[in-house]
Design a binder for this molecule. Structure first.
Ligand code: PEP
Length: 249
């Protein structure tokens, strides 16, 4: 089922008091759109964030998880651990995980499998580098990222997947894909899904755009027919800005 979602990826920002303060500010905002609102605080603050938003229209989600069920993976967090504190959704494949922690398509395919096997919903991120776009290779890169990490799945698995197209050159750079560039890529992603799984999967897939979305550009980006919402980094750290984006629908 296609939904409108605005998810804030807090990355490695905000300790516990800062997390509590930002959540308190978020609760003071008024939501005037039908978008689902999600926030992804750091692991150490997930439980507190989950508890303090229990009765609010905000879903607390995780930024990452490991592909193994448990075991000797020092420093890692499992799907079961996330589930045990009430988390239902996990971001996988963020470009920072790919770039700094060597998460390739094969690792991400295993993470996706593990998350889905534990009934976690996955927000699967992908996107091309600037060099790919300059070489007009962006569609091929995005298609291969999706195919390599997701196309071993049955069609039924996609009801628990949200896609997030995040061109790497637009993340944290202040440079946003134009609404037309976002629309063109989202349409291409839907076609790629349609070619493999048919329109039942393609038409119902929620596809988010991420990359320097701000209150000033959200409305235009979200107005495009194949853009179903946003994954928001920097602007998710200020409650007013985040809700201005949520309310841009
Ligand atoms: C992100 O990290 O997913 C992101 C989109 O960041 P920003 O909005 O800061 O570009």
């Amino acid at each position: 089922m296609r939904k409108n979602i605005v998810a804030g990826n807090w990355k490695m920002n905000n300790d516990l008091p800062q997390t509590e303060a930002l959540i308190s500010d978020l609760k003071k905002q008024t939501k005037t759109s039908n978008a689902e609102v999600m926030i992804a605080p750091a692991f150490t603050n997930l439980w507190q964030a989950f508890e303090t938003t229990r009765h609010d229209d905000i879903e607390v989600i995780a930024q990452n998880m490991h592909f193994a069920t448990n075991g000797a993976y020092t420093g890692e967090v499992s799907a079961d651990m996330l589930k045990s504190i009430g988390i239902q959704t996990v971001i996988l494949g963020h470009s920072e995980r790919r770039a700094y922690f060597n998460e390739d398509d094969a690792i991400l395919a295993k993470k996706v499998d593990q998350a889905l096997s534990k009934d976690l919903r996955v927000i699967f991120c992908f996107g091309e580098e600037l060099a790919d776009r300059k070489a007009a290779n962006h569609e091929a890169v995005v298609a291969s990222q999706i195919q390599n990490a997701l196309f071993h799945l049955d069609a039924s698995a996609f009801k628990n997947i949200v896609l997030a197209y995040e061109p790497v050159w637009a993340i944290g750079t202040g440079e946003t894909a134009s609404p037309e560039q976002a629309q063109d890529m989202h349409k291409f992603i839907r076609k790629t899904l349609n070619d493999k799984y048919g329109n039942q999967v393609a038409d119902h897939m929620t596809i988010l755009y991420g990359g320097s979305v701000k209150p000033t550009n959200a409305k235009e980006i979200f107005s495009k027919p194949d853009v179903d919402g946003g994954l928001i980094g920097g602007a998710a750290l200020k409650a007013e800005d985040f809700y201005a984006i949520v309310n841009a629908f």
